[in-house]
Design a protein around this ligand. Sequence first.
Ligand code: NDP
Length: 242
Amino acid sequence: MTDQKVAIVTGGARGIGRAIAVELARAGYYLVINYRANDQAAEEALAMVRAAGSDGEKVKFDVREAAAVDAALQDIFSRFKTIDVLVNNAGITADGLFIMMPEEDWNSVIDTTLKGFYNMTKPVLKKMVRNKRGSVVSISSVAGLVANRGQANYSAAKAGLLAASRSIGAEVARLGVRMNVVAPGLIETEMIRDAPIERIKEVIPMNRIGKPEEVARVVRFLCSDDASYITGQVIGVNGGMF
Ligand code: NDP
């Protein structure tokens, strides 16, 4: 068992999750980088964590699969005294107008975000509560706060994430664990490769897309002792969009 501070980032191989992993590595955490399929991206993320001066490991599992999550977490728990940080970042989109939406697209988006949140957060939170310390940050979206045509499944999932975080945050606030949510606007990753960027930029007061690092720095702050009196909050990182 080692004493090093440990952070788990779901979907930590690419995009925002990768930037969060690197930022937390800079802050001295050992990184557990979860991902679902892209081995090469996970390898690159791990190399970046090491280049940032820390160490870590990549762990491949689907956050929707309770048994797979459980097996991975039991292995991690057997090797580390504490889990200091959990970032629920894994998420997908399957956009379409609600009246045309296949059940599969509803389920896959809700399951990745909310079942994934349940599968990960419950066991990690138990460990954090036992150790009387820990910080959970979940990545929601501006779509969880305002209307967004074509994203009923995604909006529902992201709104659920922040509602659950607030309630659980109130349950564990006296037990040394903080739960917060970051709600990004449009951030430059593969997820938005098909989005009409130029049109969307017009409704962003800063008139630009955000960078993954701009989300990651807020997550790092929320995980740190500098945020010791912040829990149950939703922080927007959206260029003034909302
Ligand atoms: P990307 O599509 O770039 O990366 C998603 C990551 O999540 C990948 O590492 C992927 O793994 C992983 N992942 C997806 N499904 C699962 C699963 N079932 N189990 C484990 N890992 C999974 O997304 P972004 O970086 O853009 O988004 C990260 C988070 O931020 C998401 O929750 C997203 O909803 C949210 N967000 C993004 C915004 C944006 O504009 N980009 C705006 C607001 C919120 P693999 O590569 O192996 O498939």
